[in-house]
Design a protein. Structure first.
Length: 263
């Protein structure tokens, strides 16, 4: 029961959506650095190729790019078909692609709901269903296949900003993940979600530039998240150590959701 075998993901095949930037890039690097084969997919083909080149320079696992626009259902189907041509099985699916939309309540457009819920929730279900046959082929006794859904603390609490569709989509994603845990668990596939707090990402860039000191002061651990924090949690969930975790929402936020006001 040594740590090297408990947390081993070497040789596993992983698909990370939105894996070229931000939290997805952090997760992708964690897998490649520990010997996994990682497929990165997003609609930005140039960023995918750049990330793949950087990750392959690590010289441990392997990284490949399969660009796809997840707003488009047909692209999800093409991605699943292309992955099936290249790999006979998929050990881990990380649903990370997401979008946000902030606007004042009285001006919040209906189109924002369609856009955000399509990417953050609807396509998560679509893609998971499409690659389930590959996940089933990877499942082994005591080592199920894994689905990891990247949620947000804003799906657990009322957000500071007027991001109505985003927070609702992430709350929905956390519950969809639990529903999938019940259904897919019977196929030897686990489903868990991560409720991420503030990390350095494109989505958080402007907010951190303006408010990072205040944000860090509100977090009990006094800092924003690092690549090791989110990648390490994914490695745990994908390894033997996390093989009996199913239907959980793991909060990675330094304690921000349990923080009490300072008097």
């Amino acid at each position: 029961m040594d740590s090297a075998s408990l947390f081993n993901v070497k040789g596993k095949v992983v698909l990370v959506t939105g894996g070229a930037k931000g939290i997805g890039r952090m997760i992708s690097e964690g897998y490649v650095a520990n010997g996994a084969t990682v497929y990165i997919s997003s609609r930005d083909a140039k960023s995918c190729e750049q990330a793949v080149n950087e990750l392959n320079a690590l010289g441990k696992g392997k990284a490949y790019a399969i660009p796809a626009n997840f707003y488009n259902e047909e692209d999800c189907k093409k991605l699943a078909a292309e992955l099936a041509k290249r790999e006979s099985k998929l050990h881990v699916l990380v649903n990370n692609s997401g979008s946000n939309w902030a606007a004042p309540y009285d001006e919040y457009p209906s189109s924002a709901w369609t856009r955000v819920l399509t990417l953050n929730l609807h396509r998560v279900f679509d893609l998971t269903k499409l690659v389930t046959p590959l996940l089933e082929k990877a499942a082994a006794p005591n080592d199920p296949a894994r689905v990891i859904n990247i949620g947000s603390v804003d799906g657990l609490r009322v957000p500071a900003h007027e991001t109505f569709a985003y927070s609702a989509s992430k709350a929905g994603l956390h519950h969809l993940s639990r529903v999938l845990a019940n259904h897919l668990g019977r196929r030897n596939i686990t489903s868990n979600s991560l409720a991420c707090g503030p990390f350095q990402s494109k989505m958080m860039k402007a907010t951190l530039e303006a408010f990072q000191p205040q944000i860090e002061a509100s977090i009990p651990l006094g800092r924003i998240g690092t690549p090791q924090d989110v990648a390490g949690t994914c490695l745990f969930l994908s390894s033997r150590a996390g093989s009996y975790v199913n239907g959980a929402t793991i909060t990675i936020d330094g304690g921000s959701t349990v923080s009490s006001p300072r008097l």
